[in-house]
Design a protein around this ligand. Sequence first.
Ligand code: 13P
Length: 345
Amino acid sequence: MALVSLRQVLDHAAEHDYGVPAFNINNLEQIQAIMEAAEETQSPVILQASAGARSYAGEAYLRHMVLAAVEAHPQLPVVLHQDHGATPSVCQQSIRSGFSSVMMDGSLREDARTPASYEYNVEVTRRVGEMAHAVGVSVEGELGCLGSLETGEAGEEDGVGAEGKLSHDMLLTDPAQARDFVERTGVDALAIAIGTSHGAYKFTRQPTGDILAIGRIAEIHAAVPDTHLVMHGSSSVPQEWLAVIREHGGEIKETYGVPVEEIVRGIRQGVRKVNIDTDIRLAMTGAMRRFLAGQRTEFDPRKALLAAKQAARGLCKLRFEAFGSAGQAPRIKPLPLEAMARRYH
Ligand code: 13P
């Protein structure tokens, strides 16, 4: 099976009321973990790579590892999505490199740190839409800045994140503006700001409605019913993995993520793509620390990496099941990108 577009997978998810986790990839073990969990649960797959992933692994390695994943799991629909493109030219390079979906994050300027004006966001996202849709590639935009409603800060994670203090206006996507944005840009998917942020330090306590605005999703969905909503910063930061890390020498301060049941509530209200990076990193780090601490004479890195892969696989399986994408892969008949391109004309 060739790569499929994000639009096709999320259209199916919307039609059948489920959400699809979009997992960040950087290396072989993460890709294998996600693909094995998807195979086991028969889920469609969204693999996403950030600019940080490209500089870590290298564009050619990432591309070929994803092609290997597609070849090794021929029955699964796989989307290769670029996470947080900072400029139209980054998106263009990803399209050339074979990605079937790109995110133009025009909520921030080219430096991925400075909040951008609304008009700038519309303009860059519209340009990427034109370019991507001509070849059937899907586009995700972002409206509102990701960041904490507790502190007003985003913090930098994987090279992305607004600098300085942000007002609640900037940290919460406005439904009326979302309608205008979608009309003017034609995006397939829209990342929304509802109080989540990237990384392990999202909330200083179990989140409640004042700091995690799940209720806003229904309002945005009502304003843009045909655009698929995306929740970034959706790691749950499992307390059990934090405990494993701490038990084996790691120092992670008290912190809380987005509870899985809140994400499921979000899916019921219109979220279709759920971005997860940190949870895989926590599970892998915990598993490696535990393995290496327990096997002090071991020097074969494959053993620690295998433990990491199994931990990530277990986590991905839980998310595929919780979000309702388990069992959906055989129901998706892949469409070539050329067929998707015709739909935009
Ligand atoms: P987490 O850091 O919560 O995993 O979020 C990842 C993300 O949103 C990538 O775009």
